[in-house]
Design a protein around this ligand. Structure first.
Ligand SMILES: [Zn+2]
Length: 194
């Protein structure tokens, strides 16, 4: 998948394998729109992206009650389901997508999404590396914080990116609050040379 940027350079997002229709692309950012929704409703929205629903949520809660003898909250059940999906997924693209969903959900319930985001970015960089990219650029969205904005457009070698892990930005101000939502959604894009 390619697209032209302002300078006319060809940028590439990671192409999925033919069997995996999940794309990491600029055109499909995840936006938390309805912030007044309950954690359960937001959870169901996030789960729906992986074709899971109300029934799965109830099953997760029943399983915890039956096998662990404890009552779990909707939040915990949503995260348990997403974590299970992540564990069962073989596809790196799919895993990155699930990690993004986990981070988004954590953020929406006031948990720190950074550890999962870090894993997600690391995985993305490794996907670019495996495909044969040598460089990546950082792209931030319009609603990004001032710190992240500074890194917008930065181009760096894959080795450098994997070594320094600039995303998530350690000084991102949107992540420093206890109820950090929404977090900055800076991304890496593969850069073609020449
Ligand atoms: Zn930021």
């Amino acid at each position: 998948m390619t697209e032209k940027n302002k300078e006319g350079k060809t940028k590439a997002t990671v192409s999925p394998k033919p069997s995996a229709p999940v794309k990491v692309s600029k055109s499909a950012p995840i936006i938390v729109k309805k912030r007044d929704l309950s954690p359960r409703a937001i959870g169901l929205e996030v789960l729906a992206r992986s074709y899971l629903g109300e029934m799965d949520l109830e099953m997760a809660k029943r399983r915890a009650l039956r096998y662990e003898n404890r009552q779990i909250s909707d939040e915990e059940a949503v995260l348990a389901l997403l974590t299970e999906l992540l564990r069962n997924s073989e596809d790196m693209q799919q895993k990155a997508k699930i990690m993004e969903n986990i981070a988004e959900y954590q953020s929406s319930i006031g948990e720190d999404p950074r550890p999962v985001l870090r894993e997600m970015h690391k995985l993305e960089l490794n996907i670019f590396k495996e495909i044969g990219f040598e460089k990546v650029s950082i792209t931030s969205r319009k609603d990004t914080c001032a710190q992240c904005k500074k890194k917008d457009g930065m181009v760096l070698s894959l080795e450098e990116a994997l070594g320094t892990m600039p995303l998530p930005h350690p000084e991102c101000t949107k992540l420093s609050h206890s109820r950090a939502r929404p977090f900055c959604r800076c991304r890496y894009y593969g850069e073609y040379i020449g």
